[in-house]
Design a binder for this molecule. Structure first.
Ligand code: ZN
Length: 96
């Protein structure tokens, strides 16, 4: 999982690893991180939430009601993906 979901340490900016996750709902989870820098050793909890729909599901769950992104937002997502197709929004670059 840590290769798919990463986050730099808020203190030393070293890439951290996911230790575990706790699902709070179908759209919300807590992610427990541990900094890979032994001199730092920071651990923390981050919140990951499904916030908006980019493309509707082919198997919609009637209990899930995520707002659909505005057309201009979807176009911005597509443009960002075309500029850097291998990049995850969870990569270490703090400029994101
Ligand atoms: Zn750290």
């Amino acid at each position: 999982m840590s290769k798919l979901l990463g986050m730099p340490c808020p203190h030393c900016r070293t890439r951290a690893q996911v230790r575990t996750v706790k699902d709070l709902s179908p759209t919300l989870r807590w992610v427990y991180f541990l900094c890979n820098n032994l001199a730092c050793g920071h651990s923390w909890v981050a919140t990951l939430e499904a916030d908006r729909t980019i493309s509707p599901s082919g198997m919609p769950d009637p209990r899930i009601a995520l707002p659909i992104m505005a057309r201009r937002e979807v176009e911005a997502v597509h443009a960002a993906l075309q500029q850097s197709p291998q990049r995850s929004i969870f990569d270490d670059d703090p400029s994101i």
